[in-house]
Design a binder for this molecule. Sequence first.
Ligand code: GTP
Length: 556
Amino acid sequence: FPVENIRNFSIIAHVDHGKSTLADRLLELTGTIDKTKNNKQVLDKLQVERERGITVKAQTASLFHNYEGKQYLLNLIDTPGHVDFSYEVSRSLSACQGVLLVVDANEGIQAQTVANFFLAFEAQLSVIPVINKIDLKNADPERVENQIEKVFDIPSDECIKISAKLGTNVESVLQAVIERIPPPKVHRKNPLRALVFDSTFDHYRGVVANVALFDGVVSKGDKIVSAHTQKTYEVNEVGVLNPNEQPTHKLYAGQVGYLIAGMKDVTEAQIGDTLHLHKQPVEPLPGFKSAKPMVFAGIYPVDQSEYNNLKSAIEKLTLNDSSVTIHRDSSLALGAGWRLGFLGLLHMEVFNQRLEQEYNASVILTTPTVPYKAVLSSSKLIKARRAVQKNMMFIDQNRVMLKYLFPLNEIVVDFYDSLKSLSSGYASFDYEDAGYQTAELVKMDILLNGNTVEELVTVVHKDKAHSIGKAMCERLKDCLPRQLFEIAIQASIGSKIIARETVKAYRKNVLAKCYGGDITRKMKLLKKQAEGKKKLRKIGNIEVPKDTFIKVLKTQ
Ligand code: GTP
C-alpha cells in the first residue's frame, strides 16, 4: 500500500459526545462492518464498557476507502473519553498524525474536549473539529463553532457538522481525514522500527501487541528485539485489525496492526517500547509519559481461603492493564492482600467490577488514598476543598473555563458528583498532576468498640479531621445493622477521640415473621441469612456488611 494513501487518526471527545457512534458510522460507510447489523459501539468490546456506556480500553480498526479514484487505508484508533484514561488517549495519539475532535452541538466544549485537544496539540497532530448531534432540537452548531474558534484558535469554517446517529454528513468526515491529515512520515527501506502503542493478553496466544510501523517491514518468522528489555522473540503472527484480527504476511511502515511473538505478559511489550530486527538496532522512538497511578487502595479476599484465586484473577486482569500497579500488602484485620494503584476512581471501580464479573471474585476494597510524601517529626465547594484559583477564561457568554490548583485527595472521592449536582449537570471537569505541596495532615482512625477498622484509616487535613470524622461516624451508624450488643463508633487521631456515635443493641430474628408452620420457608430464610453472613466481615465481634466501607467513604 503506497504510504501517501495511508492516514492514521484517532477520534477524541468529551464523554458521551458521540465518539463511538461516529466510529460505528465510519466502519459502516467504508464497508468494514455490515450496515444491516445493529452496530452499537462495535469498538467497545468489554462488558463493563457496554454496561457503563464508556470506553475503557482503546481499540483499533483499519478501514479502506475509495476517494477520487484512489484507494486509501485509514487506520482508526479508538480512545477512551473519561478523565481517568487520558493516559490511554496520549499513547494512542502517538501512533497518529491527526484527530477528529468531536464536540456535542448542544453541550459545546467541555472539560475533556479541552484536555484531549491539548494532548493532540502537544503531539503536533492535525485537528479536525467535528460538531456532532446537529439533529438534536437544542443543537446550536454556530455557537459551538465560535467556541472552537475562540478556545482552540481553529477557524470556524473548518468545523464539520454532522449527526453520527443519523449518518448525516459523515461522508465529509472521511473526506477531511484524507485531505487534511498528512500521511505518516516513514521509510520502508530502513530497518524495522515499530512502536508498541497498546498490548493485550490472550490466554492461548500470549501477548498481542498493537504496533505502528515507522520504518521497515516485519514478517512472520522475523527475529525481533524489544529496545526496552533487549529480549529477542520470533514473530509468530502479524496482521491488521478489521476491527477483528486478520493475519497478513507482512506489515509495512505506515501501517498499524498487531503482532504476536511469544511474549508472556504485557510487561514484555510495554507501551511506548520500540521493536527492531535482531542485529539491526535502531534509535528508539521517543517514549511517552508512562501511566502514573493517582489513587491507591488495598484489595483483600473476603475469605482468606480465596487468596490464591484472587491472586490469579488480579494477575490475569493486570496482564491486560499495565497502568495498574501492584504491591503485596497485609493487614491485621483483613489478612493477606495487595495494594493497587489506579489512574483514578472510575478506573478503580471498573477494575473491581471486572474482577467480580469476569473472575467471579469477591473482594474488600479499602478507602482509596492519594500519594503523600510524609516528613516524620513530633487546612462554595472550591474554598472548602483548599483550592487556589489559577486562571479563568470565558468560552462564550454562557460558559467559563476555570483552572484551580487542588489537593488531589479533595477531588478523588466525590468531587465530580458534587460539582455535577451544584451546577445542575452543566459543569464538567478534568485534571492533571501538579506535583507535591506541603500540608498539615493527620492520620485518622475509625474504631468499633475500640478496634480499628483498617479499611477506614485515612489521612486527612488537620482542619477537616473533625467534620470528616463526624460524618464518617454518622454514616457508619446508618449502615451498620444492629447487633446483640451496643456498638461504639469513634473517630480518633492518635489517642484523642474526635467524634462518637452509638448503635443500640437489637436481636435480629429472621424467623419472627414465620408463624409456626412452614418448615421449607424457615429453611429458606435461614439459608438466606447464612448467605448474607458471607458478605459480612468481623471486626472484633462486630459483623460489618461488606458494602459499608464504600458507603462510608462517600461522605468525605
Ligand atoms: P465514551 O465512549 O464514553 O467516551 O462515549 P462516546 O463519546 O463514544 O459517546 P457514544 O457514541 O456512546 O454516544 C453517547 C450517546 O449520544 C449515545 O446515546 C448515542 O446514541 C448519542 N448520540 C451519538 N451521536 C448522536 C447524534 O448525532 N445525535 C443524537 N441525537 N444522539 C447521538
